[in-house]
Design a binder for this molecule. Structure first.
Ligand code: SF4
Length: 350
């Protein structure tokens, strides 16, 4: 389920150069608020420096620029990174990111993963790890169970629409694979966090809103929570290429607020902690609105949309929603694949 032309074009935008940085240290580590235990609390986020996602060998998701952080690290480097985290960790809840999948043995070898569970697992009460669907396998679920703490596995589904997965997001996966992986994780007692991408390329903002709500409906019984990730334009990606040439605009905060409010009413916990919010490359209205961004985060953390609804009701958004309708009508996608080809060929090399 890969659109070969799209995948090759995305690949052509990826630089051959590797990221720079101390291979014995994670890319980054910070504390933020999340609600992995059902209430807002301090949560440590670690991004391990790795060789990166297996999908990078062939292509990349159309919005993903994490390859910019990857480099050739040894097993020894990974042990040092884990030691650094163990020595500096100061919270009970940890989210582990890599520039790919923590459960991919080519990225984090089995013995390194076990070392992490041993060094960090005993210090914390809750863990989240990210993985592509293909690495959510029974033997790795057994390993996670042995840590003895609740674990949430975050899966980047992005959309439950296979057509978008293939022709817009370039995920190299399918909805069926997500369903199987989520069921495997749940069978072993794992929680699931599902990432949905808000406003992938080539579709209108209205279509993107519909896609988020449709996706939440399809996955509500499979996932513990849903994280709506509004597009954040990363370097050397297809989305950046389109954006630089005026062929893409990140979603507006008003639309994000609406899908968050509608999504929360559907069933699972729905959160959104926008990266790059109120910046040109991230979710933003034409006039930046700090209050709205704060309310989106606050509603996510508390799973209470009362204030957000009141704020949205206090605004006259009729002309905004008219504009969203107009924009949708202006983007008549009678031949989706042709539109992709035209978009990719209409712009000069940059
Ligand atoms: S699967 Fe994740 S890490 Fe890999 S290319 Fe896609 S978004 Fe990036």
């Amino acid at each position: 389920m890969v659109n070969k032309d799209l995948a090759l074009f995305v690949r052509s935008l990826m630089p051959d150069t590797k990221g720079k940085g101390d291979p014995d240290r994670p890319v980054s580590m910070w504390n933020e608020l999340d609600r992995l235990r059902g209430f807002p609390e301090k949560t440590t986020v670690v991004i391990f420096r790795t060789r990166g996602c297996s999908w990078y060998k062939f292509s990349s998701c159309s919005m993903c620029g994490y390859f910019n952080d990857t480099q050739d690290v040894t097993e020894e480097n990974l042990y040092h990174q884990i030691d650094h985290v163990a020595a500096t960790l100061n919270s009970e809840v940890v989210k582990v990111f890599t520039s790919g999948s923590f459960l991919d043995p080519m990225e984090i070898p089995d013995q390194v993963r076990l070392y992490f569970y041993d060094r960090i697992g005993s210090k914390i009460s809750k863990l989240l790890v990210e993985s592509r669907t293909e690495y959510i396998r029974p033997e790795r679920m057994e390993e996670l169970k042995k840590i003895g703490i609740p674990v949430r596995i975050a899966i980047g589904l992005e959309s439950a629409n296979d057509y978008l997965i293939e022709n817009s997001i370039n995920k190299g996966s399918t909805f069926r694979k997500y369903v199987d992986a989520a069921n495997t994780a749940r069978k072993y007692g794992m929680e699931v966090r599902t990432y949905l991408l808000f406003k992938p390329p080539f579709i209108s903002e209205k279509a993107a809103m519909t896609d988020i709500i449709d996706s939440i409906r399809k996955i509500r019984d499979l996932t513990t929570d849903v994280s709506i990730n509004p597009m954040n334009i990363q370097k050397n990606t297809l989305v950046e290429y389109l954006w630089k040439n005026g062929l893409y605009r990140p979603p507006r905060l008003y639309s994000l607020a609406k899908v968050l409010m509608d999504g929360i009413k559907i069933g699972p916990e729905v959160i959104s902690y926008p990266t790059g919010g109120n910046k040109e490359r991230g979710v933003h209205n034409d006039v930046f609105d700090d209050r709205l961004l704060d309310l989106i985060v606050k509603s996510s953390l508390n799973q209470d949309i009362t204030e957000l609804e009141l704020y949205m009701e206090s605004l006259d958004l009729s002309s905004f929603w008219n504009m969203i309708e107009e924009e949708d009508r202006a983007m008549v996608q009678v031949d989706f694949e042709r539109m992709i080809r035209q978009a990719l060929s209409a712009v000069p090399e940059i």
